[in-house]
Design a protein around this ligand. Structure first.
Ligand SMILES: Cc1cc2nc3c(=O)[nH]c(=O)nc-3n(C[C@H](O)[C@H](O)[C@H](O)COP(=O)(O)O)c2cc1C
Length: 157
């Protein structure tokens, strides 16, 4: 089963998920890059980022190098912004067809509750075969727990 992890990260937590996932067999990773990002620090990070997520703003997604059609399973990993998905993920889902793929969703958040965003993505991607989801709390700040949870899911298959 060839997997492609597609992820977005503003402050490094989902970068850490990708670092761990790259060690698993048959798993490639690709980071989504965008033209428009919120500032990395201060209140502006939450205000701009939260607004852009709620309004589903177009972030100017840059083309990705990988071809999702080459993979059996797509794993989407993103930070929860204002309870929902960040614009980079929405833009990816809109631009690339994942029809018929297995889909796994990893939501990273400060609270550990990304369920609303996971449900939204599931609905938007109802032509995928849903394989499961994981809620992680700031994964780069809880490395041991992150590695354990990812290994439980991705080394069992
Ligand atoms: C704009 C913005 C909005 C956020 N909104 C939420 C939220 O609604 N709920 C939550 O639990 N965490 C929220 N967070 C925290 C992030 O989801 C969390 O820190 C995540 O691990 C960050 O991932 P990253 O470092 O890969 O960007 C928010 C962070 C930002 C920057």
């Amino acid at each position: 089963m060839k997997k492609l992890l597609i992820y977005y990260s503003l402050t490094g937590n989902c970068d850490y998920v990708a670092e761990v996932m790259r060690k698993f067999p048959q798993t490639a990773t690709e980071k989504l890059l965008v033209e428009k990002q919120p500032p990395l620090k201060g209140l502006g990070k939450f205000l701009h980022g939260g607004k852009s997520a709620l309004l589903k703003e177009d972030p100017g997604l840059k083309p990705i190098k990988a071809d999702p059609s080459d993979y059996d399973e797509i794993v989407l990993c993103y930070p929860v912004w204002a309870g929902t998905c960040p614009p980079a993920i929405n833009a990816f889902v809109k631009r690339y067809s994942l029809k018929g793929k297995r889909l796994f969703i990893i939501a990273a958040s400060a609270s550990g509750n990304g369920n609303k965003s996971i449900e939204q993505l599931r609905k938007a991607l109802n032509q995928c075969e849903f394989a499961g989801s994981l809620n992680l709390i700031n994964p780069a700040a809880r490395k041991e727990e992150t590695v354990r949870k990812l290994a439980e899911v991705f080394t069992e298959e």
